[in-house]
Design a protein around this ligand. Structure first.
Ligand SMILES: Cc1cc2nc3c(=O)[nH]c(=O)nc-3n(C[C@H](O)[C@H](O)[C@H](O)COP(=O)(O)OP(=O)(O)OC[C@H]3O[C@@H](n4cnc5c(N)ncnc54)[C@H](O)[C@@H]3O)c2cc1C
Ligand SMILES: *[C@@H]1O[C@H](CO)[C@@H](O)[C@H](O)[C@H]1NC(C)=O
Ligand SMILES: *[C@@H]1O[C@H](CO)[C@@H](O)[C@H](O)[C@H]1NC(C)=O
Length: 491
């Protein structure tokens, strides 16, 4: 370090992005004594993919809503517990799944359970099945799923034609549901190794509608208000430089904002979504990101999953139904591999009943992924509402089913500060690419005389085993904060 650097009181850290990764990183830095922190956020509020919006009687979650692995091994669960936010789980047993078909049938719970277990075991074990069954060419989850489905269909040859159609339709429904979980257009885009890399945390997936925005507020309490700059999109990061501040101190990094402001830093923790990195990664950094990193960014998977909230005057579903599954009897997983924008609503596998009713009113939330999820963002709400009125009239056989009161569609794909929903391991990428993306700059080999850890990478997509989740995002922010804390404590 040169003598001017030595004069600085405390290293200056800029965190780009105030999602849970950025907020978590800043909070940890401040509580551990690296207090010269500035968070720069593009939108008018912090939270990123944790976001509440008014709908009907209350605020609903546009983004994260489930704790995946609700146990003390999950840092989100831990924090929620510490802050006393678990007093109410809105999910009861959570998964009373009632499946209707477009032929007005209600499917047998035992059949649903059987097919559900088959579908999820194929996908969870896809990488093992690929080895065991010699699907040596298998690259994607679809390569395994479709082979296994073909076998199942032969096994079901003896079943009554109606039952077989229903089971096929169920396999197709569960496939679409899986695509929602993976935020992908199709299983053919997702690596057969996805569930080898992604790790489940002990505990159920529990529905905590309304919890995440409150949890984010708790994390924000650790950060003095003036350290958070809103409505300030970052345009470029100039790194590996030598920039002089007004007081004569030298910094290696200069953060350039869209509004022309420049902020100097010793370290930048970069936490914007992989979707934004894909769109702007080439121009965001000067010097350019190393080729390997750019190529990892391009190859990694990042897709869209949207939510569709519907509000009714009165429920048409059963009191004890938690989830309404939708089966199109003529469908099989082997058909319909192409996007069908003309009938985009067929991509919605399930609607969840939003609880508690006293807080939300009679509200359903549907999920949709892929090209159809991008398309639904462009439709006017009247059109969306009438599509589902038609659909539910067809599925229930009740032509008198009332019109909707209110409808809301999330727009994660067209949101310029997310450009999609979350990441997965695509057929073109590997778990190792996540580690590559995560490596700080400058790389150890580049000019060892330049200051280390100028640009660090956090965010959901940088967590190899928990990508796509809030706990992955939070842990990634803590990881990068800890990297800096360790850097200074070992000096
Ligand atoms: C529809 C949906 C449902 C989900 N459901 C769940 C769930 O049930 N459970 C779960 O655990 N996870 C869920 N997730 C995933 C979870 O929300 C994310 O993994 C997590 O919130 C990501 O946090 P992050 O900090 O990495 O990124 P983000 O939240 O995207 O934060 C990045 C921040 O950077 C800002 N930014 C972008 N560009 C710039 C720029 N140029 N300059 C400055 N700031 C910029 C953005 O505005 C944003 O605030 C869901 C996500 C979506 C979209
Ligand atoms: C994988 O890479 C090929 C070749 O570059 C490309 O055409 C394809 O769209 C990519 N697929 C995915 C899912 O990223
Ligand atoms: C960073 O700066 C050093 C010293 O000027 C130089 O040798 C090195 O090539 C630079 N690295 C990049 C990625 O530009």
């Amino acid at each position: 370090m040169n003598s001017k650097n030595m004069l600085k009181k405390s290293p200056k850290v800029v965190v780009v992005g105030a999602g849970i990764a950025g907020v978590g990183a800043a909070g940890k830095l401040i509580t551990q004594g690296l207090t010269d922190v500035q968070i720069i956020e593009a939108s008018s509020q912090p939270g990123g993919r944790i976001r509440a919006s008014l709908f009907g009687k209350s605020a609903i979650d546009e983004g994260a809503q489930y704790i995946h692995g609700a146990s003390m091994k999950n840092p989100i669960f831990q924090l929620a517990k510490e802050h006393g936010l678990l007093w109410e789980t809105h999910d009861r047993s959570g998964s009373e799944l009632s499946v209707l078909t477009n032929m007005q049938k209600q499917l047998d719970p035992d059949v649903i359970k059987e097919v559900k277990n088959l579908a999820s075991s194929i996908l969870r074990n896809a990488h093992l099945l690929a080895d065991q069954k010699g699907y040596t060419q298998a690259k994607s989850l679809a390569d395994v799923y479709l082979e296994e489905v073909k076998m199942l269909l032969t096994q079901w040859d003896g079943d009554h034609i109606d039952l077989r159609r229903q089971k096929q339709g169920l396999l197709s429904m569960f496939m679409k549901w899986q695509c929602v979980h993976l935020a992908t257009d199709g299983l053919s885009e997702v690596s057969v190794h996805e569930y080898e890399e992604y790790k489940n945390i002990d505990g159920d997936d529990r529905n905590f509608q309304g919890l995440f925005p409150t949890l984010l507020q708790k994390l924000l309490e650790a950060i003095p208000r003036e350290k958070l700059l809103l409505k300030k999109p970052v345009k470029q990061i100039l790194w590996n430089g030598s920039f002089e501040s007004e007081d004569g101190s030298m910094y290696p990094v200069r953060v350039v904002c869209e509004d022309g402001d420049h902020i100097l830093a010793d370290h930048v923790i970069f936490s914007i979504s992989l979707g934004c990195l894909k769109a702007n990664g080439q121009s965001l950094f000067q010097p350019r990101l190393p080729e390997q990193k750019l190529s990892a960014i391009q190859s990694m998977g990042f897709g869209t999953m949207n939510k569709i909230y519907l509000e009714y005057e009165a429920p048409f579903w059963d009191e004890n139904t938690d989830i309404i599954g939708l089966v199109w009897e003529e469908e099989t997983p082997l058909s319909g591999q192409k996007p069908n924008l003309a009938e985009w609503w067929k991509r919605v596998p399930v609607f969840h009943v939003v609880r508690p009713t006293e807080r939300y009113g009679h509200v359903l939330v549907g999920t949709i992924s892929g090209k159809e999820a991008e398309f639904v963002e462009s439709l006017n709400l009247q059109e969306v509402a009438s599509s589902f009125t038609c659909l539910f009239r067809q599925f229930t056989g009740r032509s008198s089913l009332p019109e909707l009161k209110n409808v809301f569609v999330t727009k994660w794909f067209s949101n310029p500060y997310t450009r999609g929903s979350y990441s997965h391991i695509s057929i073109n990428s590997t778990g190792a690419m996540i580690d590559l993306l995560t490596e700080p700059l400058p790389q150890a080999t580049e000019g060892s005389s330049s200051p280390m850890l100028q640009v660090l990478f956090a965010g959901e997509a940088t967590h190899r085993s928990y990508h796509s989740t809030t706990h992955g995002a939070l842990l990634s922010g803590w990881r990068e904060a800890t990297r800096l804390i360790d850097h200074y404590s070992t000096k």
